[in-house]
Design a protein around this ligand. Structure first.
Ligand SMILES: C[S@@+](CC[C@H](N)C(=O)[O-])C[C@H]1O[C@@H](n2cnc3c(N)ncnc32)[C@H](O)[C@@H]1O
Length: 272
């Protein structure tokens, strides 16, 4: 049995795709983020750099997003190489990640099927990516950021992205409270207060915003609609109370399926 709230949304349904992968087909969120990430990397990796850059991607997912960013970067920087450690605990997403991985001699992958909490590594990285990680306990975000920063080389950067208070935040807050009784949303606010402290500890922080759209196929494809709802609610649609289902459908119809999304990207740079 798939346990609600326990990675349900990252497991393949009906031998098709995971709810997360369905969601990805209906949003331009990752394209918009990819543009920002590419700019951040270009500014930090000198043109013509001919060594190897080490990258850690925490919760890599099915891989398309960051792979595209790195592939584009390397197409423009022919003398640069990247070794990337892809940490992903979901077996289904890890399989997709391996299949999707671009085959180019410039990119050396290390696949690690594990959770961040159990990840033991001695090496340090030039870049660490932590994009849309919502599994941490809400009170532990700063602690986890500190643990990530510990794995950075001097001069390296952690790129950490979380949702802002957007339409998805309002949707989740409304309905997850109804389903689970209590719900504290994990938006970028969970780290904002600690930024001053991290700056004082010597990390330079820059913040960027990325706006995007999600078009939920409420009138077009019932199966995909259900998958996206399961992705956001972390709960099997079939087990939801009928009243909650009705009010979810009404809510999404009222918005004509269009949700505005906002991401906050934090770049923490470590002194040399
Ligand atoms: C919303 S997805 C984001 C995936 C990818 N970073 C992206 O932006 O496309 C969250 C990812 O975190 C992974 N995840 C869940 N629990 C985790 C943990 N304890 N450690 C590392 N990754 C985890 C999920 O399996 C999923 O791939």
């Amino acid at each position: 049995m798939l346990l609600p709230g326990r990675g349900y949304e990252y497991r393949t349904k009906n031998n098709r795709e995971t709810p997360f992968e369905t969601f990805l087909r209906y949003t331009n969120e990752k394209n918009k983020l990819a543009k920002k990430y590419l700019k951040i990397l270009r500014e930090r990796i000198p043109n013509g750099f001919s060594g190897e850059i080490s990258v850690l991607d925490i919760g890599a997912g099915e891989g398309a997003f960051l792979n595209n960013v790195l592939k584009k970067l390397l197409d423009q920087r022919k003398s640069t190489k990247i070794s990337i450690t892809l940490l992903e605990p979901s077996v289904d997403l890890m399989n997709a990640l391996k299949n999707n991985f671009p085959k180019t001699a410039q990119l050396r992958p290390f696949f690690v099927n594990d959770r961040w909490e159990e990840f033991k590594v001695r090496k340090k990285f030039d870049f660490i990516f932590a994009t849309h990680l919502y599994h941490f306990n809400i009170d532990n975000y700063l602690l986890e950021i500190r643990n990530m920063l510990f794995l950075l080389k001097g001069g390296g950067s952690l790129i950490f992205t979380l949702r802002g208070k957007d339409d998805v935040f309002h949707f989740k807050t409304k309905f997850k409270k109804g389903i689970f009784g209590v719900f504290r949303a994990k938006t970028s606010q969970v780290i904002e207060k600690g930024l001053v402290q991290l700056n004082e500890e010597g990390y330079k922080t820059i913040k960027f915003k990325s706006k995007s759209k999600l078009r939920i196929p409420i009138f077009k494809d019932e199966q995909d609609f259900v998958a996206i709802m399961e992705f956001y609610l972390n709960y099997p649609w079939i087990d939801l109370d009928e009243k909650i289902k009705d009010s979810v459908i009404k809510y999404v119809k009222r918005k004509k399926g269009a949700f505005l999304q906002e991401d906050n990207i934090f770049v923490f740079s470590k002194a040399n």
